[in-house]
Design a protein around this ligand. Structure first.
Ligand SMILES: CC(C)(COP(=O)(O)OP(=O)(O)OC[C@H]1O[C@@H](n2cnc3c(N)ncnc32)[C@H](O)[C@@H]1OP(=O)(O)O)[C@@H](O)C(=O)NCCC(=O)NCCS
Length: 189
């Protein structure tokens, strides 16, 4: 993975660092306010895409998403990325929440364009986020939460070298009322 970090001045005149993580097929760059467009809002509100994500409960608007991105830009421990293919088309998002004191990080991802599913890109995103966490942030343990029916996500994490840490019984209620377990998976540096 190749990483470039640039220091910029954010809209509220505070210094912000923009990260750009590059792998074989992807460019994963800190989300900018101008990345919030109808395509991104459509993914976040799509019941097919958000079925197993926290955001399934919300109705995301351009305003709410810009506020969310602004918060992430200003945070020193919450990273939110736009995932792009090699031609710089946005295909999804990724997030990393850094707990510096315990040298841990929690990650999440969403490939919003379903045309890109099942091509190994989920695993590639996870591997890039882990390299960033381990090599640049000094993290020793990366964790993720996955709802039990989300078989593709579990498989993508396992392919990226994660192992099962716990199964939490009846952790979540899906939009159709189904009550499901969740898995906590982890990977050490
Ligand atoms: C989950 C997600 C990130 C996976 O991304 P992806 O690019 O499809 O992942 P990969 O291609 O690396 O791996 C998916 C694997 O799951 C397998 N798979 C897909 N659907 C499956 C199913 N219903 N049952 C079992 N395995 C399944 C694929 O065959 C593939 O395994 P393989 O490479 O051994 O053939 C993507 O589907 C996504 O963004 N979904 C919407 C948001 C989401 O759920 N995010 C994860 C939150 S924890």
């Amino acid at each position: 993975m190749q990483m470039v970090s640039t220091l910029g001045i954010g809209t509220n005149v505070m210094a912000t660092i923009e990260h750009s993580l590059v792998s074989n097929r992807l460019v994963i760059r800190s989300m900018r306010l101008e990345d919030v467009n109808s395509k991104l809002i459509g993914w976040l509100n799509s019941p097919t895409i958000n079925r197993y994500l926290e955001v399934r409960r919300a109705t995301v608007t351009e305003h709410s998403q810009k506020e969310f991105v602004k918060q992430k830009i200003e945070s020193s421990s919450e990273y939110y990325f736009l995932v792009m293919d090699s031609r710089h088309n946005g295909i999804g998002t990724a997030s990393l929440s850094w707990d510096g004191e315990n040298r841990k990080a929690a990650i999440g991802l969403m490939i919003g364009d379903a045309e890109y599913w099942n091509k190994g890109l989920g695993s590639e995103i996870i591997e890039v986020l882990c390299s960033f966490a381990f090599d640049s942030l000094g993290v020793r343990k990366v964790v993720a939460g996955i709802l039990e029916p989300n078989k593709a996500s579990l498989r993508a994490f396992m392919k990226a070298g994660f192992s099962m840490e716990a199964q939490l019984k009846e952790e979540a209620v899906l939009e159709d009322g189904e009550i499901v377990d969740s898995y906590r998976v982890c990977k050490f540096s």
